[in-house]
Write a protein that binds this ligand. Sequence first.
Ligand code: 8Y4
Length: 278
Amino acid sequence: MGVLNVTPDSFSDGGCFVDLDLACDHALSMAQAGAAIIDVGGESSRPGAAPVSTDAQLERVIPVIERIAPAVTAVISIDTADPIVMRAAVAAGAGLVNDIRALSAPGALAAVAELKVPAVLMHMRGEPETMQQNPEYTDVVGEVSGFLRARLRAAAEAGIAPEHLLIDPGFGFGKRLEHNLQLLDGLSSIVALGVPVLVGFSRKSMLGALTGAEVTERMPAGVAAAVMAVERGAAIVRTHDVAPTVQALTLVQAVRAGSKVESNRCASISEPMGFAVG
Ligand code: 8Y4
C-alpha cells in the first residue's frame, strides 16, 4: 500500500488546492513500482495534527480519486474516519476504507456495511492531537488485540462481511517506543485473530527515535520493520517507499516459496501477501 498524501499543495502560496498532476504522477509511479493499493488521505494523522473538516477532505481527495482510479489497476483506498468522505470516495472509485478510528465515528459502521467494501480497523489510543502524551499500557499486545477483537465484533454486528475486514495495530498511534517494539515483536498474536493484518512504519518517529535519522532518511529502518512484520504474518505494508519495500518483500516471498526458482521476479507480489483485495 503506497501512501498518497493530498494535503494542500505547499507551492500554492497558501491556497488550499492540491496539485492534481503531481498527485496523479505519484500514484502512477507507486503503482508502477508494485503497489497493489494506493492510500489516498486528505486528513493528516500525524501526532499533533488538528482535525480536517468534511468539506476540506472532500475537496482534496475526490478529484484525485476520480483521476487516478481509472488510470491504475491498483485498488484505491480512502484514508478517512468520516462516513461522508467514505461514501463520496467509493462513489468516485475507491475500493477500500482505511480508518485510523476503526469505524468509531457515528454512521461509519453503517456506511461500510452499505458500501460493501473492505475496511481496515486500526488501533489508536487517544486523539492525534494528544495521543503521544505519555501513553501507558500494562500489556500492549493484549490491550491492542482486545480492542481489535471488539471492533471486529462491532463490525460484524453492523453487517460488514467478515471477508471485508482487516486489522492494524496502529504503530505510533498513542504508543511509546517500547510499545511499538513490543507490538512488532508480538505481531503474531494480532495475526492470530485470523484477519489480514496491515502495518505502517514508514517515516514514523519510532524509527527516528531508534536510529537518529531525520524523517526523510528513515527508509532502511522502515523496510526492515516491514520485513519483520511480514515474517510474523502481516499481509499488507503501508509505505511511502514502495519500490524498496516491494524489493525487500520479494525476497521474503521467494524464501517462503522454498527457494525453488532461479530468478524470482514474482508477478504475484502485486497482490498483498496471502490476501486478495476487492
Ligand atoms: C512522517 C510521515 C511522520 C508520516 C509520520 C507519519 C497509518 C495509517 C497513518 C498506519 C493505517 C503517518 C493513515 C501516520 N499511519 N493507516 N495512516 N496504519 N492503517 N505518520 O500505520 O504516516 S498516517
